[in-house]
Structure formats: structure tokens, C-alpha cells
Design a protein around this ligand. Structure first.
Ligand SMILES: Cc1cc2nc3c(=O)[nH]c(=O)nc-3n(C[C@H](O)[C@H](O)[C@H](O)COP(=O)(O)OP(=O)(O)OC[C@H]3O[C@@H](n4cnc5c(N)ncnc54)[C@H](O)[C@@H]3O)c2cc1C
Length: 381
């Protein structure tokens, strides 16, 4: 059996790994000229953690995971509001959960897949046709590929979805925020090694994470009301965040030196069905839950693992396996989408009172009696 997988992100690579484990051949087609590292720290847990254990990649992920030493909430002028210590942070994420850079998770999957799957960079699909015997995919390198299954794991702006399911605007639910993430070449001096500093002010959040191994990530998330169509990322971030102090000027200067930046709107994908015959959408292409839900990479790996299980259980009947797979994954994806829509309202509050209210649970968690309770409850118990 052979699958053609569009996209070499977390969803595409996890699918290739899992299909290899059940004896399939895979071809991965990636539009970018080379691997795309980077991205923010993601919380990897739930069905993703279970799947990683099942697929045998958990030890590698645990090696790359980290726990932030201190999470400091700042005022716009840089003064500290309050902070959470390492034990409280670990307690809030729970025991079966890893904090890991998106790019590191992708790198672990890539290393496992290398040698087992063919990967064609700088290529995408241009046409698809299928019947009960198989699927034929025309690629932009001029070749035509035949397989038993086509997996669209090409993210939020999926070309596979556009080709086979309909135009993007039919599926995207705009959550009215934008995000920009990039690696910083220097740690701002006021961020302690291993710590994360964050602030939120009038519909804008910003954070710098210092990873214990010395790398640093800058994150900006803001209400789209601040955005102007057509503005490039540097101009937009400078205009939106230019009045803020603290490490913001330093982080914005780092953008000019960054190798690459992830810059997009925050939108969910709401699709009534994720498969058509022998074509299936998986990961953000199918269900993007957004960073508000904090579960995109977990769902991508969990979804890939389950796809392999359903295909292995129904040899020779790909469409039936896809139907069973969707029935198994959809409830979890929809729960996380609902969570994402709820979080949207409190993510970057515009008024100081709403900001105070949204930070209240974390502020309480920073108090010694609550901290001691949480640590006992989640870590030791
Ligand atoms: C560089 C990068 C940085 C990111 N940073 C963050 C972040 O900081 N925070 C966050 O919440 N989420 C981020 N994301 C999204 C996050 O990775 C996903 O929500 C989650 O991991 C699910 O992944 P996915 O594989 O479904 O989609 P994605 O991670 O979007 O991967 C899709 C892959 O498909 C490729 N692709 C796209 N279109 C085509 C095409 N037409 N043909 C072939 N290949 C195509 C892309 O280049 C990419 O490699 C980032 C994504 C990328 C690509």
C-alpha cells in the first residue's frame, strides 16, 4: 500500500511514520524548499502523548522537552505583576504532558521518518483524480504519482482542501487575531536564562521564552483590529507594539535578524467531512483548533496514530477506514475547537479590568498555599 502525503509538518511526518509502522510506503510532498523549523513552544499532551508512546517516539520527545524555571507576568513598562515558579508551572500542565518547541517536535518526527519515506521539497500538487482502485496525483515537478491514499496534511491554508473540498473561505472561521513567532539571536538581558516573560496590554500580548539550552523565542499575538491588510510583518509589529517598553524594542530589533518568521491570522478550520473516497485531510488542514486551544500538535500526532490503526484494521478498504477514523477523532477535535473559541474572548483583553480578571486564576496559583496544594495534587499525587 502506498500513501502520498502533502505537507512535511507535524501532521504529515507523524502520518508517514505511523504508516511506515503498519507496512505502507509513503511519499511526502513539501512546498517549502527545505525543512521549516521554528515556531513557539507547544504543550504536547492528551491523545498526542498517548500516540507518541504508542509510536515509540516519547523518549526522544522527553529529551527535547523543557520546563520553564519561572513565568513572569509584566506590566507594559516592564515592572513585574506576579510570577509562577517551576513547580507550579509543572503542576498546571500535569504529568503526561511535554512543553517542547514546535520545531523540535517536527525534528524528532523527521529523524524517525528519514530513510523510510521519500520526501520531495519545493513541490506541491496540481491535480488529483481517483476511482475505486486508487488515487493519481499530479505534482508540480511534472510527475504523476499513484497511490492507495492521499493525505492532505498541508496546514491551515491547505491546497489539498482547496482542490478537493472547496475554496478556503468556505472552511475558515476567523478568530480575529494574528500571531507572529520567530527565534531571537540574543536573549534580552532582563529575561533570566530558562525563564519566560510575558505581558498583555490593550488587545496585545507578547512573550519571550528562554529555552534552557540557550535558544530564545519571541511571540506576538494580538487582536486583528490592530492589523492593516497588506502590511509586512516588521511594519505591522512595529506599529502595533511600538508604544510598549520592557523588552519589546529589543525583541522587535531581533525580528530584522531572524532567519524566518511564522506570521498568520488565527483561524479555525470547520469542515463537515474530512475525507472524500481515498483522500483525507489531517491536522490543521482538517480541523485547525488554533493556539488558543493549545492542542494542534497533540491532535496532529494523535490523529496520525489513529489513522494508522484504522487502516491496519481494514486492509483493502481505505474509504471505510477513513470513515471510522473520523468518527474516532472528530469529538476530541470539536471539543478543542470549542475551547479555542472560548479562550479567544480572554486571550488579549482590551480593558484593564478584563485583563485583571483573566489573570486572576494564575495570580491565585502564584500564592504559596494554592501553589503547595497544586504541587501536591498534580505532581506528587
Ligand atoms: C514554520 C511554522 C511555524 C509555526 N509556528 C507555530 C507557532 O508558533 N504556534 C502555533 O500555535 N502554531 C504554529 N504553527 C502551526 C502548528 O505547527 C500546527 O498548528 C500544528 O503543528 C499542526 O501541524 P500541521 O502539520 O497540521 O500543519 P503545519 O504545521 O502548518 O504544517 C503544514 C506543512 O505543509 C506545508 N505545506 C503547506 N502548503 C503546502 C502545499 N500546497 N503543498 C505542499 N506542502 C504544503 C507547509 O510548508 C508545512 O510544512 C507553525 C507552523 C509552521 C509551518
Amino acid at each position: 500500500m502506498r500513501a502520498i502525503i502533502i505537507g512535511a509538518g507535524i501532521a504529515g511526518l507523524a502520518t508517514a511514520l505511523r504508516l511506515h509502522q503498519i507496512g505502507w510506503d509513503t511519499l511526502i510532498v513539501e512546498r517549502a524548499a527545505q525543512r521549516r523549523g521554528g515556531g513557539y513552544a507547544v504543550t504536547f499532551g492528551g491523545i498526542g502523548y498517548d500516540a507518541a508512546e504508542h509510536m515509540g517516539i516519547l523518549p526522544d520527545l522527553l529529551t527535547k522537552g523543557f520546563i520553564t524555571d519561572e513565568l513572569v507576568y509584566h506590566k507594559p513598562n516592564g515592572e513585574r505583576r506576579f510570577s509562577l515558579d517551576r513547580a507550579t508551572i509543572a503542576a498546571t500542565t500535569g504529568p503526561r504532558s511535554i512543553t517542547i518547541l514546535r520545531g523540535d517536535l517536527e525534528a524528532v518526527l523527521y529523524e524517525k521518518v528519514e530513510g523510510h519515506a521519500e520526501i520531495r521539497f519545493g513541490t506541491t500538487l496540481s491535480a488529483v483524480d481517483q476511482d475505486e482502485h486508487g488515487v493519481r496525483v499530479r505534482l508540480t515537478d511534472g510527475s504523476t504519482q499513484e497511490g492507495d491514499l492521499l493525505v492532505g496534511a498541508d496546514g491551515l491554508h491547505s491546497a489539498t482542501r482547496a482542490l478537493l473540498f472547496g475554496p478556503e473561505e468556505d472552511f475558515l472561521l476567523d478568530l480575529e487575531h494574528k500571531v507572529a513567532v520567530y527565534m531571537l539571536d540574543k536573549r534580552p538581558a532582563t529575561i533570566a536564562p530558562g525563564a519566560t516573560g510575558t505581558l498583555s496590554s490593550r488587545g496585545r500580548t507578547a512573550a519571550v521564552i528562554s529555552i534552557p539550552d540557550g535558544r530564545n523565542v519571541a511571540f506576538f499575538g494580538y487582536r486583528a483590529a490592530h492589523a492593516r491588510p497588506g502590511e509586512d510583518v516588521t511594519t505591522e509589529l512595529r506599529r502595533v507594539y511600538g508604544d510598549l517598553g520592557w523588552i519589546i524594542p529589543e525583541a522587535l530589533a531581533g525580528l530584522e535578524r531572524a532567519d524566518s518568521v511564522y506570521f498568520d491570522t488565527i483561524s479555525q478550520v470547520v469542515a463537515p467531512s474530512w475525507s472524500k473516497g481515498r483522500v483525507v485531510l489531517l491536522g490543521d488542514a482538517a480541523w485547525c483548533v488554533t493556539l488558543f486551544a493549545g492542542y494542534g500538535s497533540s491532535l496532529a500526532v494523535g490523529g496520525a496514530d489513529r489513522l494508522g490503526t484504522e487502516l491496519a484494521a481494514r486492509p483493502g478498504d481505505v474509504p471505510a477506514a477513513l470513515t471510522a477514523w473520523e468518527a474516532a477523532i472528530r469529538p476530541e477535535a470539536e471539543r478543542k475547537q470549542k475551547l479555542g473559541r472560548r479562550v479567544k474572548g480572554v486571550y488579549a483583553p482590551t480593558s484593564p479590568f478584563l485583563l485583571w480578571l483573566s489573570l486572576l486564576p494564575l495570580r491565585l496559583a502564584s500564592l504559596p498555599p494554592v501553589r503547595r496544594y497544586m504541587t501536591r495534587r498534580f505532581i506528587k499525587g
